[in-house]
Design a protein around this ligand. Structure first.
Ligand SMILES: Cc1cc2nc3c(=O)[nH]c(=O)nc-3n(C[C@H](O)[C@H](O)[C@H](O)COP(=O)(O)O)c2cc1C
Length: 191
């Protein structure tokens, strides 16, 4: 489950700044988690937990969201998810030095994908996040994900494998727009 097109719907329930409900789905962290847990269990019941993954963005600030209680909320949520049998948990803004990341790694028994916390809006490090990703692998992540480096490099995996230089991301003004410019027009290493 990605937050993409649904505009971080799950996070809008998790974040106290956007969840203004006064029923059992709003208020304390245990209530704000309820919607996520119900969605996860409904989707997992329909298609099988091993075919479902969940992506979480602790501390997300998109769409005016503010999460003030990540150190309470996410350990509680991951604790509830631990027995779910999901294919993976994917954590964004992952920082191996952060106690929250270490806690999530300890408490989540399944595959953990980590997206390193890189400068946003940029610029990206010249290695696209490779070194940050390797630190996360050393800290226990099973897999890493990279976003903007992949956008700018259609052959990112090959480039990382052979230590080739990366295309630079051409600019934020090209993101979240229509058309191919800035999405599918980055050159591969060997066309
Ligand atoms: C143009 C663009 C579109 C994105 N769309 C989505 C999306 O639909 N769903 C999602 O979960 N993350 C989306 N992201 C966030 C990325 O998956 C990733 O978490 C983010 O870019 C941070 O990783 P990075 O520092 O390697 O770029 C998008 C990022 C960019 C730049």
């Amino acid at each position: 489950m990605q937050h993409g097109a649904n505009g971080y719907l799950l996070h809008q329930f998790l974040a106290a700044s956007t969840n203004r409900r006064t029923d059992a789905y709003g208020g304390p962290a245990g209530n704000r988690m309820r919607f996520v847990l119900e969605v996860v269990s409904a989707v997992a019941a329909a298609i099988g937990p091993e075919r479902v993954g969940l992506r979480l963005s602790p501390g997300v600030t998109a769409n005016s969201m503010r999460e003030d209680d990540i150190d309470e909320l996410y350990p509680a949520l991951v604790g509830e998810l631990a027995g779910s049998g999901l294919a993976y948990l994917h954590v964004v803004f992952a920082d191996p030095e952060q106690p929250l990341f270490q806690r999530i790694r300890r408490d989540w028994p399944g595959s953990l994908i980590a997206n390193p916390a890189l400068p946003w809006p940029g610029p990206l490090p010249a290695d696209g996040g490779r070194e940050a990703g390797e630190k996360l692998l050393a800290a226990g992540a099973d897999l890493i994900s990279l976003g903007r480096a992949f956008l700018a490099n259609p052959d990112l995996v090959t480039r990382l494998r052979v230590d080739a230089p990366l295309n630079e991301v051409r600019g934020r003004h090209l993101m979240y727009t229509g058309g191919e410019t800035g999405y599918t027009d980055y050159p591969p290493l060997r066309p």
